[in-house]
Design a protein around this ligand. Structure first.
Ligand code: NAD
Ligand code: IPM
Ligand code: MN
Length: 373
């Protein structure tokens, strides 16, 4: 049988709540589909800070580098808002992404038919929607130097006397490799890529556009490529999202555009993601699977969180790390059937109301749907 190593990092807030449901799904695939998982657990974010004074220990970082896949819940929360920047929960997640070199963050947004009436957009705008945002994840303004908060004492006109600095910086190599990921994925879908930047105001945007075009012309001339300014892209995403197949964009634009895309599917609690590095010697990429949403402090500890984003992130692990596209489809269909049966967590309640199920009940229903086949 196939044997895989998994590092599970539940994190903070609703992270552990949704991860508990993923664990049920993993157990189901182990018992019923001849896959065996070596699962280890670790701390990340505020929970790691509480135990170790750092949002990610070197030991956990080393384990993440060694496993076949990492599953992460979510990090952050108000209890950690006033920590020093260097030990904030989010730094733990950013370190994982950077040191594992997970440059391609795949954020699919699919509108399940059962939820088409629940999106804040009209049914005809979102029904059948299936787009994929490929977000660059290890560079750009998230990591560029110089950065920091400094005193601006030499500038008498600056009231308050401080300056905050971040740097948007991309190398051609960083752009080319994420562009290749987008073109490869497009070939297995509808074969169209739309690249988004702001080449009208940023030099890094000009480089982005030129390098994506270069990769296209030299390596993927068969794929349709268009370019769009990211602000127009945000508008087009809510105006007529079905015009898109694959969107490739930088770290910050990708963060914002993917949260916007969440509302096309009905809820942020629906959006999974895969953060992938370059293929290793075994042909598989280093990988971290994480829902797009955060720790949702407003609903944490109440059994209200939707576990589907995290469960669908595990489906992406089945597809991209374990070569089990068949099992991924099986899991995605089980989720679809449960939604079609009208099972809803609180975030999926329309204006007509109804009785929501808890996080655990949603997980149980998905496992039951898997068993019913
Ligand atoms: P958030 O994604 O945590 O929540 C935004 C809204 O969506 C909230 O109203 C929340 O209740 C709702 N929501 C999110 N996930 C849900 C789910 N699974 N089911 C039902 N409702 C859900 O974003 P925020 O409030 O801006 O951030 C809270 C904390 O999470 C911050 O510390 C932030 O830095 C962190 N964060 C972490 C990640 C991550 O770990 N990958 C991602 C985003 C934000
Ligand atoms: C995300 C989050 C993270 C990001 C934060 C928590 C570092 O918003 O995964 O979308 O900005 O990348
Ligand atoms: Mn985000």
């Amino acid at each position: 049988s196939d044997r895989y190593s998994l590092l599970v990092l539940p994190g903070d807030g609703i992270g552990p709540e949704v991860m508990a449901e993923v664990t049920k799904v993993i157990d189901w695939f182990g018992t019923n589909r001849g896959m065996s998982f070596d699962i280890s657990h670790g701390l990340v974010g505020g929970s790691s800070y509480d135990a170790h004074g750092t949002p990610l220990t070197d030991e956990t970082m080393a384990r993440a580098q060694a496993v076949d896949a990492v599953l992460l819940g979510a990090v952050g929360g108000p209890a950690y808002d006033n920590l020093d920047f260097s030990v904030k929960p989010e730094r733990g997640l950013l370190r994982l992404r950077k040191e594992m070199d997970l440059y391609a963050n795949l954020r699919p947004a699919q509108c399940f038919d059962a939820l088409a009436d629940f999106s804040s957009l009209k049914r005809e705008v979102v029904a059948g929607l299936d787009i994929l945002i490929v977000r660059e994840l290890t560079s750009g303004v998230y990591f560029g130097e110089p950065r920091g908060i400094h005193s601006d004492d030499n500038n008498p006109d600056n009231e308050g006397g401080r300056v905050g600095i971040n740097t948007q910086r991309y190398t051609s190599g960083e752009i080319r490799r994420v562009a290749r990921s987008a073109f490869e994925l497009a070939r297995r879908r509808s074969n169209r890529v739309c690249s988004m930047e702001k080449a009208n105001v940023m030099e890094s945007g000009i480089l982005w556009r030129e390098e994506v075009q270069w990769v296209h012309d030299n390596e993927y001339p068969d794929v349709g490529l268009t370019h769009m300014y990211a602000d127009n892209g945000a508008m087009q995403l809510v105006r007529r999202p079905q015009q898109f197949d694959v969107i490739v964009t930088d770290n910050l634009f990708g963060d914002i555009l993917s949260d916007a895309a969440a509302m096309l599917t009905g809820s942020l609690g629906m959006l999974p993601s895969a953060s992938l590095g370059a293929p290793m010697a075994n042909g598989r990429p280093k990988a971290l699977y994480e829902p797009v949403h955060g720790s949702a402090p407003d609903i944490a500890g109440q059994g209200k969180a939707n576990p589907i984003a995290c469960i669908l992130s595990f489906a992406m692990a089945l597809r991209y790390s374990f070569d089990r596209g068949d099992a991924a489809v099986e899991l995605e269909r089980a989720v679809e059937r449960v939604l079609a049966d009208g099972v809803r967590t609180a975030d999926l309640m329309g204006p007509e109301g109804g009785t929501p199920v808890t996080t655990a009940q949603m997980g149980d229903r998905i496992v039951a749907a898997l068993s019913q086949g």
